[in-house]
Ligand binder design. Structure first.
Ligand SMILES: [Zn+2]
Length: 273
């Protein structure tokens, strides 16, 4: 992939403790902080494929944060085989998002060391994003801090400071259970002008860890087929408060009272007339 044009500055590399970086509240990357995890050294597509080849999975087609929400059904084995086979030219990438790999396959938990990253006492989850080169998560922000570990492959994060998208009036109405979405992609926001220190970019290699603080906008694109382990976390009271609020919003959505037909969780409907 070509070097980014425009205002994207390289994200700060942190060599100190994760706790110190979290205290500063600015995004950063910890190069090779998880390089010694068995998952980074040992996971292969063939090994993951063999876990449960017939397990049904739901794939997201294309960039559902920015474009229409489209799903496709597959099996874990067929999908993972497609990630190391030849790409289908012109097809929108299919993405296995928010997949509970470690919950589904308990044996894999021995291959990761989340306790080395998260602050003592913090609540955290762990989900995986598994996708091909070109797969993209559109510009959005989450409501909790996140630490994500690149386990397999390479991907790029674009980050924009809280307020940048809001000042452009580019916060989307589209509903997402856990995130706020933007109605522009990251490059389109950058083209409209951002201040020095507001736009950051980093390429992650296997073993790298990124810290994305709550409410920092980010867009993520795969350079290669990739597995990212992502953990939202925070003090117990903060996590419970955010969870209860998002559950209430999402409950209203499921009842048809909030953003019906404009969301990342239901497929785009085609009107008959
Ligand atoms: Zn929905």
């Amino acid at each position: 992939m070509a070097c980014p044009a425009g205002p994207w500055e390289p994200l700060a590399v942190q060599t100190g403790s994760v706790i110190d970086a979290l205290r500063r509240g600015e995004p950063c990357v910890f190069r090779q902080r998880a390089a010694h995890w068995p998952a980074v050294a040992q996971w292969s597509w063939e090994r993951l494929e063999a876990l449960a080849p017939d397990l049904p999975v739901r794939l997201v087609q294309g960039n559902r944060e920015l474009d229409a929400t489209v799903f496709q059904a597959s099996t874990l084995g067929a999908y993972l085989r497609s990630l190391h086979g030849p790409a289908t030219p012109g097809a929108a990438p299919l993405y296995l998002k928010e997949f509970d790999l470690l919950g589904t396959f308990a044996a894999l938990r021995a291959d990761v060391r989340p306790q080395e990253l998260f602050p003592p006492g913090a609540l955290h989850d762990a989900q995986t994003w598994i996708g091909p080169a070109g797969a993209r998560t559109g510009l959005h922000h989450d409501y909790l801090d996140n630490l994500a570990v690149q386990l397999v492959g390479r991907k790029r994060f674009y980050l924009l400071r809280p307020g940048v998208v809001e000042r452009l009036g580019a916060v989307a109405a589209k509903h997402d259970r856990w995130a706020a979405l933007a109605s522009l992609n990251a490059d389109a926001v950058a083209e409209r002008g951002v201040a020095v220190g507001d736009a950051w970019m980093v390429d992650l290699e296997p073993g790298d860890v990124i810290y994305v603080p709550a409410r920092w906008w980010h867009e993520v694109a795969n350079h290669t087929s990739s597995v990212l382990l992502s953990g939202f976390f925070g003090p117990r009271t903060v996590v419970y408060a955010q969870w209860a609020w998002r559950q209430a919003v999402h409950g209203a959505h499921l009842a048809g009272l909030w953003r019906r037909g404009d969301c990342t969780c239901h497929p785009k409907r085609v009107n008959a007339c």
